[in-house]
Design a protein around this ligand. Structure first.
Ligand code: C2O
Ligand code: CU
Ligand code: CU
Length: 441
């Protein structure tokens, strides 16, 4: 992945890419590469990104995790036709964070992302730089995806009815567009900035040597304090910022970032996946010191809320039965019993109001990572399953994992006016209709 500052443009098109090293095959991509360029911009600096659609179908760009004006957000209404261009421009006023971008045409998002259209967008700030976190070659942005590949090495997207129910899973792990990546590392602390860019797979992240690591950030920026854990679940759309200390690892040893089996959802399988291989190949004094304090988090207070909205999410599978083809599956994934209707406004919200949104999966069998456009939120609580928040849920978020049987409450402040979507970020669920419109005015 190339890192670019503001000023770069994007072109979606067909390209040839070797997911399996040495096996170039056809895929989609931005700027002729499987992972688009990584944008790296300073908070508060105006950004303009001219975009050209060189695909043979409609697409657009959604800036996932960036709080941008509604007409720049890549709403499913705002499509760029084949052969057409559009200039995205916005100025970011949010904490430093790692966001990402991907297409959002309704019912095509899953396919377009899976075939290769995605990239990272990093927002920097003076507050974050002051912490002197590992940077340069010691800061590794990693996009984790799972793919199914043809014999030629091309991604294959063709979900069956049951695969739409659970999400389209692959058996080949692809990190930054490449299968079986490795990084030589020194005996020191690295900053790993991870995005789960998969359509449906949840990863249970851990290090193969059993070492714990520090979680320092989440979707929307740094946590108010680091937290040491030995594993964490990362759902599609979520990001996590980790500090991994290789100083105790033996020289010439290999340490894997892996995904271990986890309980709670049968459809996610019980495999262990090796994600990235770190080869500890040189000894170096570790200059990194954990900052004495992290920037304070402005906590949104539930007491100030005007309203609680409840959303029953999940599979309307129960008692429905008898579905024999793909078409009859449409509408199986709903929010409050509804599937996406472009012409309908489902929720109207007052500008600058603060609300509690409650996602109730108590009747569901599948995990749903729920994502809001147009804002960031904080997770207030979870009940019914895991009864606590994970380390990376204690800061700004835009996507939160709601496991089967769980109810999760988030607190949201609506600072941008206009029409936005919120949806499940299992992209098969989203394309199947698990998405609604909300309007802020
Ligand atoms: Cu990354 Cu609407 O999503
Ligand atoms: Cu988004
Ligand atoms: Cu879902």
């Amino acid at each position: 992945m190339k890192t670019v500052a503001e000023g770069a443009s994007l072109k979606a098109g067909t390209q040839t890419h070797a997911i399996v090293p040495g096996k170039p095959a056809s895929a989609l991509g931005y700027n002729d590469s499987m992972m688009g360029p990584t944008f790296r911009v300073e908070r508060g600096v105006p950004v303009t990104i001219p975009f050209t659609n060189s695909l043979t179908e409609e697409t657009n760009i959604h800036w996932h995790g960036l709080v941008v004006p509604a007409n720049m957000d890549g709403h499913p209404d705002q499509l760029v036709k084949a052969g057409q261009s559009f200039a995205y421009s916005f100025t970011l006023d949010q904490p430093a964070a790692m966001a990402w971008y991907h297409p959002h045409p309704h019912m095509q998002t899953g396919k377009q992302v899976y075939m290769g259209l995605a990239g990272l967008f990093i927002v920097d700030s003076p507050e974050e730089r002051a912490l002197k976190l590992p940077s340069g070659e010691f800061e590794l942005p990693l996009v984790i995806q799972d793919k199914r590949l043809s014999a030629a090495g091309a991604p294959v997207y063709n979900p069956t009815m049951p695969e739409i129910m659970v999400g389209y899973m692959g058996d080949t792990i692809v990190v930054n567009g490449v299968n079986a990546p490795f990084h030589p590392v020194a005996t020191r602390t690295y900053r790993l900035r991870l995005l789960n860019g998969s359509n449906g797979r949840i990863y249970n992240l851990a290090l193969s040597n059993g070492d714990a690591f520090h979680v320092i950030g989440s979707d929307g920026g740094l946590l108010p304090a680091p937290e040491r854990v030995s594993s964490l679940l990362l759902a599609p759309g979520e990001r996590v910022d980790l500090l991994v200390d290789f100083s105790k690892a033996a020289l010439n040893s290999e340490v894997f970032l892996q995904s271990s089996a986890f309980s709670g959802v049968g459809s996610q399988g019980s495999q262990t996946f090796k994600l990235v291989k770190f080869m500890v190949n040189r000894s170096e004094a570790d200059p990194f010191k954990m900052p004495a304090s992290f920037p304070a988090l402005t906590t949104l207070s539930p007491a100030s809320t005007a309203k609680t909205r409840k959303f029953a999410i999940g599979d309307a599978m129960h008692g429905a039965g008898g579905h024999s083809n793909k078409k009859s599956m449409a509408g199986m994934h709903t929010i409050n019993g509804k599937t996406y209707d472009a012409a309908r406004i489902d929720e109207s919200v007052a500008l600058n109001s603060t609300e509690i949104w409650e996602f109730d999966n108590s009747m569901g069998d599948e995990p749903h990572p729920m994502h809001l456009h147009g804002t960031l939120f904080q997770v207030v609580g979870r009940s019914g399953g895991r009864d606590s928040l994970m380390a990376h849920e204690k800061g700004w978020k835009d996507t939160v994992l709601v496991m089967p049987k769980e109810t999760v409450r988030v607190i949201v402040r609506f600072q941008r006016s206009g029409k936005f979507v919120f949806h499940c970020h299992n992209l098969e669920h989203e394309d199947d209709g698990m998405m609604l419109n909300y309007e802020v005015k």
